[in-house]
Write a protein that binds this ligand. Structure first.
Ligand SMILES: Nc1ncnc2c1ncn2[C@@H]1O[C@H](COP(=O)(O)OP(=O)(O)OP(=O)(O)O)[C@@H](O)[C@H]1O
Ligand SMILES: [Mg+2]
Length: 238
């Protein structure tokens, strides 16, 4: 498989504290890949390390064969990787439209930005309806949609989502994973980390299980869901 994102033997941590150990993952173009694992396993650290947001990283990180290790987060955005961090990241006192426009700050051509906002709004009609509403007054699910919509304004090849379903009611969880599938239909690859193991794997092509900063299992998403070890550890079966 020729990977869009290729991560090989990645070590990463905060100062002297090593968290990730020899992590290797691949994401093909237009593929949905999920990393599951318990609290503190290092899932967020993995996405932060790829996006160059933590002090120590060593190993290989490539997009389309291009070495990403020296790239700043802004340069990574321009190269085609968007990142939606864990927890709410909308600006609550700005409107939906203002939040969207801020997401396109690296798009310097104003008419191009307007065209992209219009295109993203066709994907998320609810955001168009609420464009003048303050983002902080949107429901949790709508805020998540806004975060994902904002990430799309750079027309990324790969979107990294950190726990997109966390804190959402079941109906909204399904809507978020439907959105993830929609991205794949548009040819956008998704790397997400999730604790909602069953639903995340059901929406994914492939998955990895991370424990204590290491990849323990890697397989097709369906095979992982059926794996008795995954069922025992993550799906509450005995
Ligand atoms: N800024 C930091 N400085 C030092 N240690 C950190 C920092 N951020 C995270 N860690 C540690 O790194 C380890 C992995 O954390 P990380 O946030 O990547 O886990 P996670 O798998 O995303 O967990 P969760 O499911 O709770 O979000 C944890 O032991 C955590 O305490
Ligand atoms: Mg996390």
């Amino acid at each position: 498989m020729s990977a869009l994102l290729h991560v090989e033997r990645l070590d990463a941590g905060y100062g002297a504290r090593a968290i990730l150990e020899q992590v290797s993952i691949d994401v093909a173009a237009g593929e949905i890949v999920t990393v599951v694992g318990h609290n503190g396993a290092g899932k967020s650290t993995l996405l932060r390390a790829i996006f160059n947001l933590i002090p120590f990283r060593a190993g290989v990180i490539e997009l389309d064969g291009r070495d990403l290790l020296p790239f700043s987060p802004e340069r990574l955005l321009e190269t085609g990787i968007a990142y939606v961090p864990q927890g709410r990241s909308v600006f609550p006192r700005l409107t939906v439209a203002e939040n969207l426009r801020l997401g396109g700050y690296v798009v310097t051509d104003a008419s191009l930005l307007e065209a992209r906002i219009a295109r993203v709004e066709t994907l998320f009609p609810v955001l168009t309806e609420r464009s003048t509403q303050l983002a902080g007054t949107l429901s949790g699910g709508e805020q998540r949609m806004l975060e994902i919509a904002r990430a799309l304004l750079v027309e990324p090849k790969l979107v990294m989502l950190d726990e997109p379903s966390i804190g959402l009611a079941p109906r909204l969880v399904d809507a978020v994973f439907d959105t993830v599938r929609l991205l794949r239909e548009r040819g956008i690859a998704v790397l997400m980390v999730e604790q909602n193991v069953r639903k995340a794997l059901a929406a994914s092509d492939r998955g990895y299980v991370m424990e204590l900063g290491q990849i323990r299992l890697a397989d097709r998403a369906g095979a992982l869901s059926d794996d008795p070890r995954v069922a025992r550890l993550y799906l509450g079966k005995r």
